[in-house]
Design a protein around this ligand. Structure first.
Ligand SMILES: Cc1ncc(COP(=O)(O)O)c(C=O)c1O
Length: 502
């Protein structure tokens, strides 16, 4: 019987023939992996070694523009009479290159905290966040967050929309002399399906929404937005639609009494393709069905169809970055158990959702050795000594990866949303795992440009922890791997890479 190779396995799982586009974010040509069909990851590993974080921002542009395109088609197909607005939920990744790329692609802005809004204010002043973009402010608002909203509004920004999470926020913000456009967040949506108990804390009850509407009606402000978010990474289209339906009806009832209401905001939840090679979700069909549902319900209630806002977090950024890590050593598993591939990083630092989100998956592909037989393995982070520093988790099936004695470089995809924000950027991490070097690619006028920031060094980690620099006690940098192979490029690959000015 023929031994199963990694290429066979992928072909079995996905039908991929070995060359061409594997997903909407990764391709393979001449046996090498490409990010966004353009950036050669094998070459980056040869040039810069691993671990390496690769940030490919044109993927963000593609995500935003694709969704806006699907929404346009859905609007045309359903004759939906109002606009669709794409907002980037910046909490998924606050990095300047991520936020600015999303804005340049046309996104509106959704904030979750004081510091987030202060960044938005700065971008708005610089014109990077254009004046016509909405700034939806979600989350529970401490006094500093409310001050940041007030400051932005008093600075002249008319498009900042505080989405009320409790009535105290309104009692405070209502004193702002400039008229504010308010939103209300529906509390019932958060855990309507019983799947998201943590979401139950957000938003207002029906009675509180009534009160907010009355208070606003008696002021110089207006109520313009109704927010109903039902969860995150919702891959079941029918469930997404049925769960939102009750919120749409609530919108309609409120709209009958509040003529200034004009936006229905369904929040986050749009799934990303970044976690599974076999992911499928028909975004355009979902938007068409959503628009048709809203159109019909609004007609039933005799109110105009609202402008639609989606706040896209993981959909926008999950697929725009990847980690390259190297299997440094292989340790035998116990009898009958998969072996351990020990990688030069930390799973729990790089992928904290492996701990927080039950069953969370990531797409992991070897850069080479697709023709080698596969074996079941688990990855373990060699830079911590923590028994939780493993992926897949014990309750998940092992990975099937090419056999190696070490030296195999793996690309871990789907890490661009939440992972780095939860783990923190620039801090001292678990077991002092240094942050990998970061290779950032951006696109301007069709040309790619790149920059690299080095791996976090020992002196930085020590300073953060309050140690005095001890230049002689420890090397300032951890050993950085040399290129694994000379970068001799076949002609076709050279052509592809010429597009990239590194
Ligand atoms: C109010 C709000 N909008 C949008 C999002 C983004 O969600 P997702 O990453 O599922 O798109 C979140 C995430 O927590 C949120 O709280």
């Amino acid at each position: 019987m023929k031994t199963l190779t990694f290429a066979d396995l992928i072909a079995q799982q996905t039908g991929f023939a070995g060359e061409g586009r594997l997903t909407d974010f990764v391709s393979r040509y001449d046996g090498e992996l490409y990010f966004g069909d353009r950036l050669n990851l094998n070459r980056l590993a040869r040039q810069h070694g691993a671990p390496l974080e690769v940030v490919y921002t044109p993927q963000i542009t593609a995500q935003v523009q694709r969704m806006i395109g699907w929404a346009e088609q859905a609007r045309a197909a359903t004759e939906y009479p109002a606009a669709f607005h794409y907002a980037y939920a910046t909490k998924a990744n606050f990095a300047a290159e991520a936020v600015q790329t999303a804005l340049a692609a046309g996104a509106h802005y959704e904030t979750s905290a004081t510091a987030d809004l202060i960044i938005a204010h700065g971008l708005w002043r610089q014109g990077i966040l254009p004046a016509d973009r909405l700034i939806c402010c979600n989350g529970s608002k401490e006094p500093a967050y409310r001050d940041a909203i007030r400051n932005l509004r008093l600075d002249g920004c008319e498009t900042v929309i505080p989405v009320l999470d409790d009535l105290d926020e309104l009692r405070d913000l209502i004193t702002t002399p400039a008229p504010i456009q308010f939103g209300v967040r529906e509390r019932a949506a958060g855990n309507r399906d019983g799947r998201h108990p943590g979401n139950d804390r957000f938003g207002l009850t029906t009675a509180e929404i009534e009160q907010a509407a009355e208070l606003i009606a008696d002021s110089h402000h207006t109520l313009v937005l109704y927010h109903a978010m039902i969860g995150s990474q919702i891959e079941d289209e029918a469930h997404f639609l049925t769960t939102l339906r009750a919120s749409i009806e609530n919108y309609c009832r409120l709209r009958q009494r509040v003529p200034t209401l004009r936006y229905f905001n369904f929040g986050g939840g749009m799934p990303t393709s970044g976690y599974q090679l076999t992911f499928t979700f028909d975004y355009q069909r979902f938007l068409s069905r959503l628009m048709a549902t809203i159109r019909d319900l609004c007609a039933d209630y005799g109110v105009p169809a609202p402008e639609l806002i989606g706040e896209f977090g993981r959909y926008t950024v999950a697929t725009h970055s990847a980690y390259l890590v190297e299997v440094g050593s292989v340790k035998a598993g116990h009898a009958g158990q998969p072996d351990w591939y020990l990688v030069n990083g930390s799973m729990m630092v790089m992928l904290p959702d492996t701990l927080f989100v039950s069953g969370q998956e990531f797409v992991i592909l070897p850069l080479t050795d697709w023709d080698k037989p596969v074996r079941p393995v688990r990855l373990a982070g060699r830079r911590t000594c923590d028994s939780d520093d493993i992926y897949p988790r014990p309750e998940q099936a092992p990975l099937w990866l090419p056999a190696t004695e070490g030296g195999l470089v793996l690309a871990i995809f789907g890490i661009g949303a939440y992972q780095q924000m939860i783990s923190g950027r620039g801090g001292a991490h678990h077991c002092l795992t240094p942050e990998a070097a970061r290779f950032i690619v951006e696109e301007r006028d069709g040309r790619l440009s790149s920059r690299i920031t080095p791996q976090q060094d020992q002196a930085t980690i020590m300073r953060l922890l309050g140690y005095r620099p001890q230049p002689t006690a420890l090397p300032l940098t951890l050993p950085f791997r040399q290129p694994v192979r000379p970068a001799v490029l076949p002609a076709r690959r050279r052509m592809r890479e010429r597009a990239l000015s590194v």
